[in-house]
Design a protein around this ligand. Structure first.
Ligand code: FPP
Length: 250
């Protein structure tokens, strides 16, 4: 049964509100395992289905003029999963790019990653590096995969780099500020997400962009990621457009 608020007429992004499209959207794509379980399928079937949803949302985001889409594809904690599932998840970027890279290029999408890239398997890195190289001059949507990403690790890594740079840079305890810390994060140069979406009914951050989400709007849905689609995405954007962002002011 379709919930009334999913009716197309109501979720349509209004022309007049195109100027209030978020610059950066981050998504925690959750619920692949439950989607598969509900159908008596192995968990990896949910991930496979979720991969096609990624394509749909990337194209939608690109068409709507969103500048950055950061997708949580694999966390530093996900290594704890059974080896067969981890192996499958590590093959997904290659599979995704094999099928969809031409369409990404057609849409002027640039592909990048955040996270501990070097610790990924060679085949995963090769596929992604190829896509990064092929899309590096595109100036449309930045599709940013968070892969082997953990926010606390990212912050500790930043502190370590700042400490090791302390003698060779003009950073001091007095001059260190938020802007400098931001420059030491994987997301250096990117604006913070305006909107965070999490699917599957869970309402937590799961070690995702803890620093960067300080002033973001959060939007949660019960829908499992493989069932997520362009219309629900537009509903999230529509809701975002109704929010008043105050950044601590009044
Ligand atoms: C969380 O669902 C999902 C993941 C850990 C993997 C996300 C990957 C995709 C959506 C595939 C697309 C990836 C690329 C690189 C194109 P879960 O497995 O934790 O679900 P559950 O909470 O229902 O078990």
């Amino acid at each position: 049964m379709k919930l009334p608020f999913f009716k197309k007429k109501q979720v349509k992004i209004e022309e007049s509100q195109f100027d209030n499209i978020p610059n950066h959207v981050a998504i925690i794509m959750d619920g692949n395992g439950r989607w598969a379980k509900k159908r008596g399928l192995p968990r990896i079937a949910g991930h496979k289905e979720g991969m096609d949803v990624v394509k749909e949302i990337v194209v939608a985001a690109s068409t709507l003029g969103i500048k950055i889409l950061t997708l949580y594809a694999f966390s530093t904690e996900n290594w704890k999963r059974p080896k067969s599932e981890v192996d499958f998840l590590m093959k997904l970027p290659k599979e995704f790019l094999h099928i969809y890279l031409p369409e990404m290029i057609e849409n002027n999408v640039r592909i990048e990653t955040i996270g501990e890239f070097n610790a990924l398997p060679t085949h995963t890195k090769e596929a992604i590096n190829y896509a990064k190289e092929k899309t590096k001059n595109n100036n449309g949507l930045l599709l940013n995969f968070a892969l082997n990403y953990g926010s606390r690790f990212e912050i500790v890594r930043a502190i370590k780099h700042i400490m090791s740079d302390i003698n060779t840079s003009d950073i001091t305890a007095e001059t260190l500020d938020e802007e400098t810390v931001s420059r030491y994060l994987y997301t250096d140069g990117l604006t913070d997400p305006d909107l965070l979406i999490r699917t599957s009914g869970e309402q937590r951050l799961s070690n995702f962009l803890l620093w960067q989400l300080a002033y973001s709007e959060f939007w949660f849905t019960e829908v499992l990621w493989p069932d997520f689609n362009k219309e629900i995405f537009e509903k999230a954007l529509h809701d975002y457009q109704q929010r008043k962002r105050r950044y601590g002011g009044i």
